[in-house]
Design a protein around this ligand. Structure first.
Ligand code: FE
Ligand code: FE
Length: 201
């Protein structure tokens, strides 16, 4: 690579590959999500991603290059990592919280890529030719904000409330039902034991 123009063209190819990989990965995120708003967010972003791919093709055409021929290893790694997590998990708020985290890594990666490209384009005097990339970036930012909003208002609080899945082993003793207080487990167990002793006499 010898010129900034070539550097820019490589970025076009790289983000094209990234978007194409994401278009393949998003249906799995949508399928795994349980929260209906999260599911919808992924489905909507899949539709947007398909349009983004077309926009990159437009830009490539305007620049007289082909957008193909490169594999975005960054996005490949993020998707590989996501795939390792998805599938093992049971659908529910904790998995939804995890999906948001995985998806936001993708969005941030894209935002960084488009941000860099638009700055290059300004310096190269090709900003007008690559205007569609700005629309792509806006959609990534909008998606990122929506995911943050979903996490903060619904999904993370629900995940925090979700009971941990523990392997079912014989529980020691059931604490006395009357000792209802905020603190659980060991404190109420010993409290219950003491109380029952007292009440016998
Ligand atoms: Fe995208
Ligand atoms: Fe995106």
């Amino acid at each position: 690579m010898s010129s900034m123009q070539e550097l820019f063209e490589d970025c076009v190819k790289d983000i094209y590959s990234a978007e194409k990989q994401l278009a393949k990965a998003l249906p799995k995120l949508a399928k795994t999500a349980k929260n209906p708003r999260l599911k919808e967010a992924f489905t909507t972003h899949l539709e947007e991603t398909n349009i983004q791919i077309k926009r990159i093709e437009e830009c490539a055409k305007a620049l007289g290059i082909k957008p193909t021929g490169m594999v975005c290893k960054g996005m490949q790694g993020l998707i590989e990592e996501a795939n390792e997590h998805i599938g093992e998990e049971k659908p529910g708020p904790v998995t939804d919280a995890m999906l948001i985290g995985l998806a936001q890594k993708n969005e941030h990666y894209e935002i960084a890529s488009y941000g860099t490209m638009l700055e290059y384009a300004k310096c190269l005097g090709i900003y007008d030719q690559v205007q569609p990339l700005k629309e792509n970036m806006s959609e990534e930012e909008k998606t990122d904000k929506l995911l943050t909003e979903l996490a903060e208002t619904e999904i993370n609080p629900a995940a925090a409330q979700a009971p941990a899945e523990e392997p079912k082993k014989a529980p020691a003793k059931k604490p006395a039902a009357k000792s209802a207080s905020a603190s659980k487990s060991t404190a109420s167990k010993s409290g219950g034991a003491v109380k029952s002793k007292v009440s016998v006499r």
